[in-house]
Ligand binder design. Structure first.
Ligand code: COA
Ligand code: ZN
Length: 308
């Protein structure tokens, strides 16, 4: 059975929306703990405008400060050429371009419609490939609001597939379909995953779910049943886009790993080590997290029988 590839996004999608700035040293400590758990990739931070996302203004220090382990790809979210240049200067393994599938969310989040995002990606990709290490950098693109937009509602599947095709034509190597505000349902996930893989065979598709309406794990399962093996997930279930009203946390990494491991699907992740990392979060962010397995224990947890 194909091992899952999990991209951990807590220090990016999670920390970007926290009420307080998580100190740089804590971010580094958490990423170092996470990179020892067997995760395939870690989305360490984002190289966006510090005015747009003040919590991640220390992106360069974070990437420079973490330990790099063979086999753990370090990826960062990038909206524009300036972000790509900052990311390349830090020697990341992957650049995760971000754009929206809907005009309204694109304008709210990035001050760019999807067309405007695509137009500036041509120059961006040329700059990446011209960089001395640029040939080795994997370029992925995340398509926000692929399953619905909090301003516009439905985003037609044909529009999402058209944008995927245009990203691939530009030279993007992988695409993440993002359910930015937890609007997707499992039937819709099955349809889009099947259609995307049929139309663009061999493309590494990643699925990014938020658990805003409690459908995160059900959606991940539907995606896996449709043949998807790459997932974004966030430790503790942190996460959310500050420019999407009502956004809440991503599907929780340790709950996702627990579910798939219980099903016999290999994830490559040491769940105990992941749970230990998750236990670091409440102190770092100053509140409880939505993760469930970290509180309940694994399904094989056994309690002593009460005295008869
Ligand atoms: N990194 C750092 N600074 C950047 C930057 C980047 N990638 N892109 C732009 N900036 C700076 C510019 O240098 C400029 O700074 P100045 O005011 O000191 O001169 C300022 O930001 C405005 O630049 P401009 O190109 O006009 O950007 P904008 O105001 O139109 O904003 C984005 C566009 C994309 C930069 C901004 O909306 C953004 O960073 N959005 C990201 C939101 C996000 O991460 N959401 C959650 C993840 S889905
Ligand atoms: Zn997200």
């Amino acid at each position: 059975m194909t091992q899952l590839q999990i991209n951990e996004v807590a220090t990016r999608d999670g920390f970007q929306i926290e009420a307080t700035f998580v100190p740089t040293a804590d971010k580094i400590r958490l990423i170092d703990a996470l990179s020892a758990t067997g995760l395939a990739r870690i989305e360490a931070t984002s190289f966006v405008s510090p005015k747009a996302i003040p919590n991640l203004r220390d992106a360069a220090e974070v990437v420079a400060g973490i330990q790099r382990r063979p086999g753990v790809g370090i990826t960062v979210l990038v909206p524009n050429l300036k972000g790509a240049e900052r990311a390349l200067a830090c020697g990341v393994d992957e650049i995760n371009l971000v754009m929206s599938a809907s005009d309204s969310h694109g304008l709210a989040n990035l001050r760019m419609t999807p067309e405007q995002s695509l137009a500036q990606f041509t120059e961006l990709l040329a700059a990446v490939r011209a960089h001395p290490q640029g040939a080795e950098v994997f370029v992925n693109a995340s398509l926000s609001t692929s399953f619905g937009c909090p301003f516009e509602g439905e985003v037609p599947q044909a529009r999402v597939l058209d944008l995927v095709g245009r990203l691939l034509q530009l030279g993007v190597e992988g695409v993440t379909l993002c359910d930015t505000t937890g609007m997707a349902n499992p039937a819709q996930v099955t349809r889009l995953c099947e259609a995307a893989q049929a139309r663009f065979p061999g493309t590494p598709f990643t699925l990014h779910f938020h658990n805003t309406r409690g459908m995160g794990l059900a959606n991940a399962l539907a995606a896996w049943q449709a043949g998807i093996t790459r997932f974004d997930a966030s430790l503790g279930g942190l996460g959310g886009c500050p420019y999407a009203p009502g956004a809440t946390g991503n599907v929780c990494t340790e709950d996702l790993v627990h579910m798939f491991e219980q099903m016999g699907v290999p994830t490559g992740v040491d769940l105990d080590a992941l749970l230990a990392a998750s236990a670091m979060l409440p102190e770092m962010v100053g509140h409880d997290t939505p993760g469930q397995v970290v509180k309940a224990g694994k399904a094989d947890r056994r309690y002593p029988m009460p005295a008869q």
